[in-house]
Design a protein. Structure first.
Length: 351
């Protein structure tokens, strides 16, 4: 009896908290129309972001080719896509807005690239590379990347593309560029990363930056992490840190002694993190200078980013990035150094 009474009390409380205002019913047709509109807008935004990143990547990767040492690949300046490159809810707008199918379709041709010089157009469908037919399906894009990566930069390769009802043969001569691929990450985080295999850029970052110069700076920064092998160095530091922590656990140390060992483990696992970020900033300025970008707004970008992190609570107690004022001074100092090298006719290399 008591249980039934308790249930009745709870249900009455929940009913009292429910919405009681009578509202007009939502039309199912209008709801479906709105759903399609929002999916359409989301897809168009994703494509615009991909095209933006692609152009910046081509410009920076080719400019940094001499800095990347042997970590290079042939670049063409063509961005391909098919319906399988997107989430299923975007397949409909992908087919309607960009006429994407299972085949590899040209989504973007970077200005001044080998693809543009050869006459490639957005909307062209790739059919053959060096007389080898391109299959259609989920693996099409990776297949194209594999085939194109085998061509030596400076050599020529023929592409056969379908443009409307016609097939056209194009001859391209790829240029040398850094091997580091990129991806667009669909999240609100104002962040980017290099994970050892690709650079990732969050949609929140693309919304945050004021112009392409700021976005290029972030991309050059992540590219610099790859050039300087920071992932490998961080893994080494992490291994040392884990070893120290294990030693602390295995030992009978307690109190201040144990705290000292754990503190050493923490410092070792994050050793040089701040230095690596500063190093990436430094190399990035050189890449931007080689690519012809202005970086005069980079210090203000770091100031705005720091403000954003403070507002959102993302600033860490143990920071891995230099303070915004430190980065601003370091960037301006690097710019002076670059101008001196230009005046003396020296190569713009960060070493």
């Amino acid at each position: 009896m008591r249980h039934k009474l308790l249930i009745m009390v709870i249900l009455s409380l929940l009913y009292g908290c429910a919405a009681t205002l009578k509202r007009p019913e939502i039309d199912a047709g209008l709801l479906e129309q709105e759903r399609r509109l929002q999916q359409n807008n989301a897809f168009n935004s994703a494509v615009a972001n991909q095209q933006r990143l692609h152009d910046l990547h081509f410009r920076l990767a080719t400019a940094a080719a001499d800095i990347c040492d042997d970590d290079i690949k042939p670049l063409y300046g063509a961005l391909f896509a098919n319906v399988h490159a997107y989430r299923k809810t975007w397949h409909e707008p992908a087919r309607q807005n960009k006429q994407l199918t299972d085949a590899a379709t040209v989504l973007r041709v970077s200005p001044g690239s080998p693809a543009e010089l050869a006459g490639l157009k957005e909307g062209d469908v790739m059919r053959k590379v060096a007389n080898e037919t391109i299959n259609e399906g989920k693996n099409t894009l990776s297949e194209i990347d594999e085939k194109l990566s085998k061509v030596a930069y400076g050599a020529t390769v023929t592409w056969v593309v379908q443009r409307g009802n016609e097939e056209k043969q194009l001859t391209l001569t790829p240029v040398k560029g850094c091997r580091y691929n990129w991806s667009l990450e669909y999240a609100a985080a104002v962040n980017a990363f290099w994970n050892g295999s690709k650079m990732g850029f969050y949609t929140g970052l693309l919304d945050f930056v004021k112009n392409d110069e700021e976005l290029a700076y972030v991309m050059a920064h992540e590219m610099s992490h790859a050039i300087m092998s920071h992932i490998r160095k961080k893994m080494t530091n992490l291994t040392v840190g884990v070893g120290l922590a294990s030693a602390a656990t295995a030992s009978l140390a307690s109190g201040p002694a144990a705290l000292a060992i754990y503190g050493a483990a923490l410092i070792s696992s994050r050793l040089f993190s701040e230095g690596m970020e500063a190093e990436a900033d430094y190399v990035a300025i050189y890449i931007l200078a080689r690519a012809g970008f202005s970086v005069k707004d980079a210090p203000n970008f770091h100031f705005r980013l720091a403000q954003h992190q403070n507002r959102t609570g993302l600033s860490l107690w143990f920071p891995t990035h230099p303070a915004s004022e430190q980065r601003a001074v370091a960037i301006r100092t690097a710019l002076v150094e670059i101008e001196q090298k230009r005046a003396e006719g020296k190569a713009l290399l960060p070493w």
